[in-house]
Design a protein around this ligand. Structure first.
Ligand code: SPV
Ligand code: MG
Length: 426
């Protein structure tokens, strides 16, 4: 009986280097290839350019491949236990502690790990770089939010970014927990943080041209989808053109809030005068925005301020239903309560009518709530809306004070990264 051989592959693109290793694997026996699911791809390399089904189709047509199975995680545990392959084939470049785990699993029944050297050919490297470059292109990035919403079996985590550097933090920060890589799924270009970074108040004073410059700066160095905090969206006639520009740039979604007049930050609540738009006018704005779109990728998400402005749950729900009817691709329910109760109640009522319309939340004040609790409420997107700028400002302020205090920078230096680190950071 021929030996059972297993190897895993992302199969976003298959070049001669992959074929070489597949051929070697097949020479050992009957080859089963585990194709990484979209979710697994997302967790380590970012959104796959081709879907799982498309990648599977390619692999299953290779004559060396006897079976194709779905590999849902980067871990090998379940697949090795189920399949009990005689050989697991892997390239000789390893991530984290995977190799030790595979060896331990194989030892349980006498399976063997076969390592083949990676092909270090210049042309494959150039090819990989070209693929990586594609992730920066607007048409590739734009649809990633919608795709991620369809793929993810958990709420998407979104981190605030207000320039290239914070964009890089949102792009690159990763931890490994419970054997899974955890990272942010998208970026939020907050009006509060974009304004604060420019030393301006959050009152729609930083105009759209300037906001687009911030977005462009972030886009130049990142590949993850961008959700723009579009404030009120302005007058519908302007909103129409702004949707076109943002969509062309590769922004994935804009969230507009149902307020009019001089917009102030929602977290002021009713401490300052703020006026909510009429349902009719706001629905008109949504319709105008939707009519400007040319692709099905872009999303317009309607943000409801009823709970912020103490207008009650019924008003919030009525608005949500009306905005969805007007064409909103998602609903953001905002709250400045210190508990998640009102958001939970909103989600419960909304989900009775709409099972699939994405719900977005910004748990800044009710930050006791966990991601899994929000998942249970039916939330799809969790925005950490201001945490990078709020953590950076006190650190910078402290150092400025220390320099004044000591009339030199020696004492402040221990609060700073080293010159070597800053020079090699980028
Ligand atoms: C922002 O980040 O600018 C927001 C969210 O609009 S909030 O500050 O909570 O209003
Ligand atoms: Mg804002």
């Amino acid at each position: 009986m021929s030996k059972k051989v297993f190897m895993s592959i992302g199969a976003e693109f298959i070049h001669a280097g992959h074929i070489a290793i597949i051929e070697k694997a097949a020479a050992l026996g009957e080859l089963t290839v585990g194709v990484l699911s979209d979710e697994a791809m997302m967790s380590y390399r970012g959104y796959p350019l081709l879907s799982y089904e498309e990648r599977c189709q390619v692999v299953s047509h290779l004559k060396e491949v006897a079976h194709v199975v779905k590999k849902d995680t980067l871990e090998y545990d379940s697949i090795i236990r189920e399949l009990r392959p005689d050989y697991v084939v892997h390239g000789d470049r390893w991530k984290a502690d995977v190799k030790e785990k595979i060896l331990a699993l194989l030892e349980e029944y006498g399976g063997e790990l076969v390592e083949f050297p990676y092909t270090d050919k210049k042309e494959f490297e150039l090819f990989d770089n070209r693929v990586a470059e594609m992730r920066f292109m607007p048409e590739v990035r734009r649809g990633k939010l919608r795709r991620a919403l369809q793929l993810a079996n958990r709420p998407l985590r979104v981190l605030e970014a207000h320039n290239g550097l914070t964009g890089l933090i949102a792009e690159k920060t990763k931890i490994t927990k419970d054997g899974q890589i955890r990272q942010f799924d998208a970026m939020w270009v907050s009006s509060l943080c974009d304004s604060t970074a420019k030393g301006k108040p959050d009152i729609e004073l930083v105009d759209m041209t300037s906001r687009e410059t911030t977005i462009d700066e972030i886009m130049e160095v990142t590949t993850k989808p961008i959700i723009l905090d579009g404030d009120t969206g302005g007058i519908p006639e302007h909103f129409y053109y702004n949707v076109k520009t943002l969509e062309r740039m590769g922004v994935s979604a804009i969230i507009i809030e149902d307020k009019v007049g001089l917009k102030k930050n929602s977290l002021f609540g009713t401490d300052v005068e703020q006026q909510q738009d009429s349902i009719e006018n706001f629905c008109h704005k949504i319709r105008v925005g939707k009519s400007a779109q040319t692709t099905s990728d872009f999303m317009i998400i309607a943000r409801i301020e009823s709970l912020i402005l103490k207008q009650g749950m019924e008003d919030a729900i009525n608005r949500a239903f009306a905005y969805v009817k007007a064409g909103a691709d998602g609903i953001m329910i905002h709250s400045k309560s210190d508990k998640p109760d009102e958001v939970r109640e909103f989600c419960k009522i909304f989900r009775e009518k709409y099972k699939d319309i994405p719900i977005v939340v910004v748990p800044t004040t009710y930050n006791v709530v966990t991601e899994s609790e929000l998942a249970e409420c039916g939330v799809n997107v969790i925005i950490y809306a201001n945490h990078l700028i709020r953590s950076a400002f006190p650190a910078m302020n402290k150092v400025a004070h220390m320099i004044l205090e000591n009339e030199r920078s020696l004492e402040a230096s221990e609060n700073c990264m080293s010159i070597k680190e800053i020079l090699t950071l980028i």
